[in-house]
Design a protein. Structure first.
Lengths: 350, 148
């Protein structure tokens, strides 16, 4: 199972702008097949039949040769969990495993959940801010599938989805953002109120129903009915850039106000990550958040990509994949600390 | 004979009840019988009413109550069958909006085409018509190339 540790994480990559604030950009399209019950209503046999059809398509379509298909039900639990940690699957996918599938390209950038809430959930993931390439990629993937499957559609409602909230384009544009400046300066509440007023959803690190930790927020389109895809993408792009501006301003003000305090926060985080022998995943996320702030204000030279990778690689399922065995929570905390010490010994704090 | 229920009036009717416990006979007077008939009628009307309230999608069998509770429909036909009821739910979430985005391509049935050629290929091989088989193989190879 060790091979799953680093697998499907190339999308984190480098390049793309606004990395200090935007960890990732995600596009998601919900699609269903006509005349076939949606997954929550479908029988076990019907769900499996869809997965078989998908498997057939992957075997026969050359343009899908770089994709792998996983029958999620047959995977060990720790691998299933790791797919959630990698942002390739949702928690909901594990609620009903019969016929549950994951199609994913080698970089993890493009993926499709089969039989989650909708028959297909297409996803394109990019590190940083990327509303162009991501969008083009997901469209061409959807296009390929539309040659094999007729998607349920109605003129007024658009693409028909299991949940009425996804009607319209079936599109969600999301950014995973890091807002420590707004959090530490106490301006986050006002800021979130403003964002929500423009009909945008704010969620936790792992999407719907998950907790906000350490200043990491998911900013997501609320409705895609009544807008064209391009309008939605542009609107979300504009909002993301505004978020970046506000956060960078908050960081500047924070430094102007008390630079020593910020240096203290970052320095303490560095000390723990560099020397701790036991560390749990929640503490790790909180400390990595402080380090991220430290990098953006120039006290630590460290690629943000490495930190964003660590945010995933230090999660419980990944730690177990690395050791290739089930570990009790205390054992995981030890292994996690070893990994972090090993990474942080190569970096210095000014 | 006295009525088995009121133990007052003269019994004029015999009611035979046939249930899981077996057959039982009751001797009843006119007014007690009428009382029973009224109750039976009422409860059967209630039952009918419940059946009417249980509105299911004729294609996927999802109940309206489930949809109302979860916001999740069962199939694309639910949007036709429950159109009126869904309208207010949808506008409550999205506002009075109409789809402005793209529509699906008029689908090319690629899967059916591939299957058809595969069947033709196996037939050609069976008939030892190798020229035709090679032709079909070329067509099949082209599948999957962009613009196909």
């Amino acid at each position: 199972m060790k091979e799953f540790f680093y697998k499907y994480l190339k999308w984190i990559g480098e390049g793309n702008p606004y990395r200090e604030v935007i960890l990732s950009t995600r596009f998601r399209l919900a699609r269903n097949i006509v005349d076939f019950p949606f997954p929550p209503q479908a029988s076990t046999i019907q769900r499996k039949r869809l997965l078989n059809k998908v498997e057939w398509t992957l075997k026969n379509e050359r343009n899908l040769a770089q994709f792998e298909l996983w029958n999620v039900e047959k995977l060990p639990g720790v691998v299933q969990e790791s797919f959630i940690e990698k942002h390739l699957m949702s928690d909901d996918q594990l609620n009903n495993l019969s016929g549950a599938g994951l199609i994913v390209d080698k970089s993890g950038k493009l993926s499709i959940m089969v039989n989650e809430e909708d028959h297909f959930r297409f996803q394109a993931l990019s590190g940083g801010f990327d509303i162009k390439e991501n969008w083009e990629d997901i469209l061409s993937l959807e296009d390929l599938f539309s040659e094999y499957f007729s998607f349920a559609f109605e003129d007024k409602l658009g693409y028909l989805t299991s949940c009425i909230t996804n009607l319209g384009c079936g599109l969600r544009v999301s950014f995973l953002v890091h807002l420590p400046g707004l959090v530490y300066s106490g301006r986050i509440k006002d800021f979130l109120r403003k964002i929500r007023a423009s009909k945008i959803l704010v969620r936790g690190l792992y999407g719907e129903g998950t907790k906000v930790i350490a200043g990491f927020y998911q900013i997501t389109t609320r409705s895609s009915l009544g807008y064209s895809e391009n309008q939605l993408v542009k609107k979300m792009g504009d909002i993301a850039q505004k978020i970046v501006q506000e956060e960078m301003l908050a960081r500047e003000l924070l430094l102007a106000e008390d630079k020593r305090l910020v240096e203290d926060i970052v320095g303490r985080a560095f000390g723990i990550l560099r020397h701790a022998k036991y560390i749990n995943s929640l503490e790790t996320i909180n400390l990595l958040s402080d380090i991220r702030l430290g990098v953006s204000i120039g006290i630590i030279d460290m690629p943000l990509r490495v930190l964003d990778l660590l945010l995933i690689l230090t999660l419980p399922a990944h730690v177990q994949l690395r050791e290739d065995k089930d570990l009790a929570p205390e054992e995981r905390d030890g292994v996690r600390a070893d990994l972090l010490r090993d990474v942080f010994k190569s970096y210095k704090i000014h | 004979m006295i009525c088995d229920l009121c133990h007052k009036n003269k019994a004029e009717y015999i009611l035979e009840v046939n249930n899981e416990e077996g057959k039982r006979r009751y001797s009843l007077c006119e007014s007690c019988l009428q009382e029973i008939v009224r109750e039976v009628l009422q409860s059967s009307m209630l039952f009918e009413k419940e059946i009417k309230d249980l509105d299911n999608c004729p294609k996927c069998d999802r109940e309206w109550e489930e949809i109302e509770e979860s916001g999740i429909v069962g199939c694309s036909y639910c949007y036709v069958h429950f159109a009126d009821k869904l309208e207010s739910m949808i506008s409550q979430y999205h506002g009075e909006k109409v789809h402005k985005g793209k529509a699906p391509k008029k689908t090319v049935k690629k899967m059916e085409n591939i299957l058809r050629y595969k069947i033709e290929l196996s037939k050609a091989i069976e008939n030892e018509d190798y020229e035709k088989a090679a032709e079909i193989r070329d067509i099949l190879r082209k599948f999957g190339k962009k613009g196909e």
